[in-house]
Design a protein around this ligand. Structure first.
Ligand code: TYD
Ligand code: MG
Length: 453
């Protein structure tokens, strides 16, 4: 019989090392190694995972049958959008998010909306707690099974008994497999359970969703390796003090990962936000300096957001502050340098605060021009015209560069009542509903927006 041995497992990347070290030699993370017993079954689960792909003969790619790979719609359109149409039978999805963000709520609503038998395995809360939440959500229906269980073999037995099409395991970190030598709650245990579930999901052609806790910095706690094991990784984010929740895929084997799902948490659970632009602009007050409206793109969906900036005189002798919320802070610093050098505006000694209104995190290059014009508007204390929207990437030379989906951005701005839009000079024509103000440089965009320097 193969022997058990003590290893030091990195809770970040999952690599194992014979000796302890303050820093993981594989991924360079600090203080991430924990002691763990590694047993022969780790190798056995790995081998079982490999056996998933049946041996075959080479075939022309066009003749390979694609059966079984079609996603099944969930009935929750914001979720279907992110999942590229729905859940693929036999696939395993990991849903990560901070405690209290709404993972259990979303998944209970998913199982209730599903058209077929489903199973909710609660390994954290009691069956009674989940049932009470289900009552509040109106999620009680025939064909939705509830099982309070933490032991993996019992969970698999319950899947065989209830024959669901979709299973939720809440959470993977509280499930354990007695056949795995690793300690309960350890990285090896969590990874072993996930690997086994991947095998069982494929075997039964059932879709499984695993809930995973995340750490403070947003990574999935401990088993980053889970991300390699599963087919799809979803992140559920948002500010707990706001009702808005964002769902994104960071990995997806069956479709693109750039779609954004938007929900609002209310008294009766999560509701999709079909018209995010209207929501993001709801609290906007026109005529205030330091505000610019930008039609951004999230995947295939245009979303119009407000970018806000505030500038104050910095403290002499202290490096000036560049504070970004919902925006990339490195990008903000770069744009401030471009304003200083290329638009010839003295902002070096100013503290600059920039944010997206509504708490949504955006990293898209089309925001650049909005950030710059919001800052110039703040410094000069002149508001941008109320009917003006702007978008475009700003280069280090102060030039404006085209961004993707210009026409869809312009159409969305027009739908919301904006009549003029400042765009990079080479952008394609819009649908005619909005006047296009073409600018080749940031300085030209400042002038076209009616700001005097
Ligand atoms: P939950 O789904 O338990 O979060 P997670 O599983 O990610 O830890 O959601 C918990 C929060 O959501 C809790 O603070 C209460 C709030 N909530 C509502 O506001 N409305 C609701 O209908 C429900 C069910 C929860
Ligand atoms: Mg929960």
């Amino acid at each position: 019989m193969a022997k058990l041995r003590l290893v030091h497992r990195c809770t970040d990347c999952g690599a194992s090392h014979p000796k302890w070290a303050g820093r993981c030699p594989a991924c360079q993370a600090w203080n991430s190694l924990v002691e763990e017993i590694e047993g022969p079954d780790d190798i056995a689960t790995l081998a079982a995972g490999m056996a998933l792909i049946p041996a075959g003969v080479p075939r022309p790619i066009g003749e390979v049958a694609a059966e079984g790979a079609l996603p099944v719609r969930t009935g929750i359109s914001e979720l279907d959008r992110v999942m590229g149409g729905g859940f693929v039978p036999g696939s395993v999805t990991l849903l990560g998010g901070e405690p209290g963000i709404g993972k259990s709520t979303l998944l209970l609503q998913l199982l209730a909306a599903w058209d077929g038998p489903t199973l909710y395995v609660t390994a954290e809360e009691s069956a009674h707690q989940v049932q009470r939440r289900a009552q509040r959500l109106g999620a009680i229906r025939d064909g939705l099974w509830l099982h309070a269980e933490t032991s993996l073999p019992h969970i698999i037995a319950a899947i065989d008994e209830t024959k669901p099409e979709l299973v939720v395991i809440d959470s993977i970190q509280t499930v354990h497999d007695p056949a795995t030598a690793a300690l309960p709650g350890s990285v090896g245990q969590v990874r072993g359970c996930a690997q086994r579930l991947v095998v069982e999901a494929k075997d039964r052609n059932v879709a499984i969703v695993l809930v995973g806790h995340v750490t403070k910095d947003g990574g999935l706690a401990g088993p980053r390796v889970l991300e390699h094991v599963v087919d799809t990784v979803l992140q559920f984010e948002g500010d707990r003090h706001h009702a808005l929740r964002l769902l994104r895929a960071s990995k997806h084997r069956f479709g693109p990962t750039n779609e954004l799902g938007l929900f609002e948490m209310g008294h009766d659970g999560l509701a999709g936000v079909p018209d995010p632009s209207t929501l993001f602009l709801a609290d906007r007050r026109a005529g205030i300096a330091g505000s610019a409206v930008v039609p951004t793109m999230e995947g295939h969906r245009p979303i119009v957001v407000e970018v806000q900036a505030l500038t104050t005189a910095g403290v002499p002798g202290v490096p000036s502050r560049r504070s970004a919320q919902g925006l990339d802070s490195g990008r903000l610093s770069m744009l401030m340098a471009v304003i200083g050098r290329r638009a010839k505006m003295a902002i070096g000694d100013q503290d600059v605060y920039a944010s997206t209104a509504g708490g949504v995190k955006l990293t898209e290059p089309g925001l650049d021009l909005g950030v710059c014009l919001a800052v110039v508007s703040a410094i000069t204390d002149q508001p941008l015209p109320a009917d003006l929207a702007v978008f475009g990437e700003v280069g280090l030379g102060g030039e404006l560069r085209q961004v993707a989906h210009a026409v869809r951005r312009i159409t969305e701005a027009g739908r919301l009542g904006f009549r003029r839009v400042v765009v990079p000079a080479n952008s394609p024509d819009g649908d005619g509903s909005v006047r296009m103000l073409r600018a080749g440089t940031l300085a030209e965009a400042v002038a076209l927006s009616g700001l005097n320097r």
